[in-house]
Structure formats: structure tokens, C-alpha cells
Design a protein around this ligand. Structure first.
Ligand SMILES: Nc1nc2c(c(=O)[nH]1)N[C@H]1C(S)=C(S)[C@@H](COP(=O)(O)O)O[C@H]1N2
Ligand SMILES: [Mo]
Length: 164
């Protein structure tokens, strides 16, 4: 059991606060088992972002989706339309909540991301430890590193954090 919550706020009809059990209880067509089938370097089970957005009832006014991690104050804001269909939320590994070292308890994942900071939706937008998904009309908070050097430092730090 995990007490961690994934909130969905902003331009939605029904603000949500989801647990591991809530995601696990979503219907079979919302589930994407074993994401290593999509990317050999990734592990775990996910739910479709779209299923969560439908649950929340995203308003037509929403144009941006912002992924917030208060754990390390990391944020990425991306146009909703480009991730609505293909975005995933990884939440389970081997029948347990996704561990922090794998970016859990909730990790955003876009299977076919572009290289780091090349586009609005790049690998850097695969936000780990997501605790809030915010829908808005305008672009939200985004502190993905824009400078090559700053970005290289962030990657170095993350290498250290990654499991051996
Ligand atoms: N919370 C959080 N998520 C994050 C980051 C971060 O520093 N904090 N770094 C991003 C960047 S820059 C990249 S390239 C990917 C790297 O994911 P990986 O370590 O699983 O390869 O995570 C992204 N998600
Ligand atoms: Mo990155």
C-alpha cells in the first residue's frame, strides 16, 4: 500500500487526488502493461494519461498540461494536444508501487520523445515523482534546463541517482 497522491487540478470539471489503488482499478483499456515493450530501457506498468484526463473531465479551454514534482521542484509544461493521446503515467513495478529510484511513485512517460531540450516534448519532459498534473489555458511552470551546461549537470546528478 502506498499513501502517495497524484493530484489533477486546474481546468477540469472534477479535480482528482489519485492513489496507486485508484490507478490500478482503472479499466483494462486504460492500462498499458509492461512499458519495456515500448522502450527496452524502461520498466513497469502504466495507465494512459487520456484515461486520467477523462476521469477529471478536462475542460475545452485547457491547452497546456503541466507536470509538477514538489520532491525536487522540477516542472514541465507542454501543449496538451501533443501528449493527450500518447502520454502515460507509470505507477507500478512488479506488482508494487513504482519505486522512487525508478521515478516513482508516479512518473510521466512519453514513448516517442525527442532528444533532450530539442522540442516542447522532449525526454526531459518525462517528469519523475509527479504529484500534480495541472491543466491550464496558458503555459504553466517549466524549469527544464535550457542551457546545455545546466542540462549536462542535471543529467550528471541523475546518473548518480539511478539504480546500478
Ligand atoms: N522530477 C524530475 N523529473 C525529471 C528530471 C528531474 O531532474 N527531476 N529530469 C528530466 C530529464 S532532464 C531527463 S532527460 C529525464 C531522464 O530520465 P531517466 O533518468 O529515467 O533517464 O528525466 C526527466 N525528469
Ligand atoms: Mo534531459
Amino acid at each position: 500500500m502506498s499513501e502517495s497522491l497524484l493530484a489533477v487540478h486546474g481546468d477540469v470539471a472534477r479535480p482528482l487526488s489519485l492513489t496507486y489503488d485508484d490507478l490500478a482499478a482503472l479499466s483494462a483499456d486504460a492500462q498499458v502493461a509492461d512499458i519495456s515493450r515500448l522502450d527496452a530501457k524502461r520498466k513497469g506498468d502504466a495507465v494512459k494519461l487520456d484515461a486520467v484526463l477523462k476521469l477529471a473531465g478536462v475542460k475545452p479551454s485547457a491547452r497546456y498540461l503541466t507536470l509538477h514534482s514538489s520532491t525536487d521542484d522540477f516542472h514541465a509544461s507542454i501543449p496538451l494536444e501533443v501528449v493527450r493521446e500518447r502520454g502515460l503515467l507509470v505507477y507500478r513495478l512488479e506488482g508494487e508501487p513504482l519505486p522512487v529510484k525508478a521515478g516513482g511513485p508516479f512518473r510521466f512517460f512519453i514513448p516517442d520523445f525527442a532528444a533532450c531540450h530539442t522540442q516542447e516534448v522532449d525526454e526531459c519532459a518525462n517528469v519523475k515523482f509527479v504529484d500534480l498534473i495541472e491543466l491550464s489555458q496558458e503555459r504553466g511552470q517549466d524549469n527544464r534546463p535550457s542551457e546545455e551546461e545546466e542540462h549536462a549537470k542535471l543529467h550528471e546528478r541523475q546518473q548518480g541517482e539511478r539504480p546500478a
